[in-house]
Design a protein around this ligand. Structure first.
Ligand code: CTP
Length: 400
């Protein structure tokens, strides 16, 4: 999320009483950095975990913790409810979710939610058994059915010391979802998206490979933005990092990537092929480590499998390719678009310092069969990904 993205948007954060309450601090920081106005409300239990003073200092606003306090005029929940563009419960405990599902209003957080028509984002965090018990699942489903957006908890070490599902989603993920809701971009709900990322590695011998400089950052950004917009995302990558909120499939060579993509795209709606596939692979892979000699070494390469071509077009699958070019950006992009029968191609200039491969920034031109649909200037890759998804969304809705 870049500075200013959420300028002037009003976010009410409800903090509940759980160990993860301290993690709300990071969400508030990211939201204010992005320009959002943040007001915090806390359940009485939450104030035992984090002090209102801390959250007041970080949100630059008074914290509503006691809704019966005299200065609240007994109406602080109504004021907050009307003020908020979105309400996010971070973390949401099993108890508060039960209250929200049933319409209780016995403290400021549940009272404000009941009094508001603002969209609701819920980021649960709790013990894995509490999460999977039927009452909690029933309440979660009831909230989902009322169009609350649930930021699914992650797996990992829990407060109990055991591992399981129930950890609060990362602050970045929660803020990305809040951002998507606030900007009306929660538009990929239920869409099955597959993204490929990173450079393929083609073995020379058991310890060496032929590869490229791709870092996998653009593909990861595309996967993260799609997930924040509600898509069900599979990221097939050569640089896995255990990302939350999506299925990650680790691969090495182009052949492995093709196999993983064949499986992942069988029921997918969109494929974004951001991976840099090695065009050539060693003709022979040595079975044991090649020894160094004093003579020059010849490495004979043969053309690699073309993944996009092999996967081919399929009815119902919107296919997006990437074209990394050092010259003739647009002409090359147009040529690849038609050669690979793509619905869209994202062309980026490589060989320019500070953008493209391995950088955190990129600048791209987005081309469809009807011509150039967007010229995106140099921006952080997450923002470029946002623009690309805007274009994909528009392209799919136009039907091409
Ligand atoms: N691609 C692929 N399989 C390959 C090579 C590329 O699926 N063996 C995909 C890339 O992931 C990208 C698109 O095709 O989405 C274009 O990649 P690029 O390397 O720019 O194009 P090439 O067709 O390889 O052409 P060239 O390298 O000659 O520019």
């Amino acid at each position: 999320m870049t500075q200013g993205r959420l300028q002037g948007r009003r976010v009410a954060i409800g903090v509940c009483g759980g160990i993860a309450a301290y993690k709300a601090i990071e969400c508030i920081r990211l939201l204010t950095e992005a320009g959002a106005e943040v007001r915090v409300m806390m359940t009485p239990e939450a104030t035992r975990f984090v002090t209102p003073l801390t959250l007041e200092a970080l949100s630059y606003n008074p914290v509503a913790a006691d809704w019966l306090a005299p200065q609240g005029g007994g109406e602080s929940h109504i004021k907050l409810a009307e003020w908020a563009n979105v309400i996010a419960i971070v973390p949401a405990t099993a108890n508060t979710m039960a209250k929200l599902a049933l319409g209780f209003a016995d403290e400021i957080v549940s009272g404000t939610v009941l009094a508001s028509r603002a969209p609701l984002v819920i980021a649960p965090a709790m013990n894995d058994v509490m999460l999977t018990q039927q009452p909690t699942q029933d309440h979660l489903n009831a909230l989902r059915a009322r169009r609350a957006v649930i930021v699914e908890p992650a797996s990992g070490r829990l407060a109990s010391g055991k591992s399981g599902v129930g950890r609060l989603a990362s602050a970045e993920r929660i803020v990305a979802v809040i951002g998507a809701v606030l900007t009306g971009r929660r538009t990929l709900d239920g869409l099955r998206v597959v993204v490929s990322a990173g450079g393929t590695r083609e073995a020379v011998d058991p310890v060496r490979y032929v590869g490229n400089f791709s870092s996998g950052k653009m593909g990861r950004a595309l996967a993260e933005v799609a997930a924040a917009r509600g898509a069900d995302v599979t990221l097939v990558t050569t640089v896995p990092s255990g990302a939350e909120g999506m299925t990650e499939v680790a691969v090495g060579s182009a052949t492995e990537m093709l196999k993983a993509l064949e499986q992942a795209t069988a029921h997918a709606d969109v494929l974004v092929m951001a991976a840099a596939v090695a065009d050539y692979v060693p003709e022979q892979v040595a079975a044991s480590k090649l020894r160094r000699t004093d003579r020059p070494m010849d490495l004979r390469l043969r053309p690699n499998v073309d993944i996009l071509k092999t996967l081919g077009p399929r009815a119902g699958l919107y296919r997006v390719g990437f074209a990394a070019e050092t010259e003739d950006l647009r002409a090359q992009a147009q040529q690849k678009l038609s050669a690979k029968q793509l619905d869209m191609i994202v062309a980026n200039q490589v060989g320019v310092d500070g953008q493209g491969l391995a950088s955190d920034f990129n600048a791209v031109t987005i081309v469809t069969p009807s011509g150039i649909v967007a010229d995106v200037p140099r921006l952080p890759k997450l923002e470029v990904a946002d623009r690309i998804w805007d274009a994909i969304d528009a392209g799919r809705n136009r039907g091409g």
